[in-house]
Design a protein around this ligand. Sequence first.
Ligand code: 5GP
Length: 117
Amino acid sequence: MPTLFERIVAREIPADIVFQDDRVTAFRDIHPRAPVHILIVPNKPIPTANDVADEDEALIGHLYTVARELARREGIAESGYRLIVNCNSDGGQEVYHLHLHLLGGKPLGPMVASKAQ
Ligand code: 5GP
């Protein structure tokens, strides 16, 4: 079964795609948590951060250069932004297709809401 994000990459289900090349696709989150909330995903389905392979290093770097470029295009590069990867249940991962959240456009507050324990 293809993941939800594979189907977005393949344009089988609609999404507001803001960038796509042969390695990654970026689209606006359907439930934005900030004025700018973009998901940057590898076109191939890596389920979680645990599944990143040594040969994926260049691909993972590409996710970050695309994030940098989108932050500039969205006008948040100088004001600042947050890049997040959630992994598995404690990380709050909902979609098991690796993705980088690009969040910005307002002060984002503390990195996590609760105390360490
Ligand atoms: P996670 O919690 O896995 O790190 O984040 C998954 C994100 O995918 C959530 O922020 C959620 O709002 C977003 N999302 C879930 N389904 C869809 C969808 O069908 N379209 C888009 N554009 N975003 C989605």
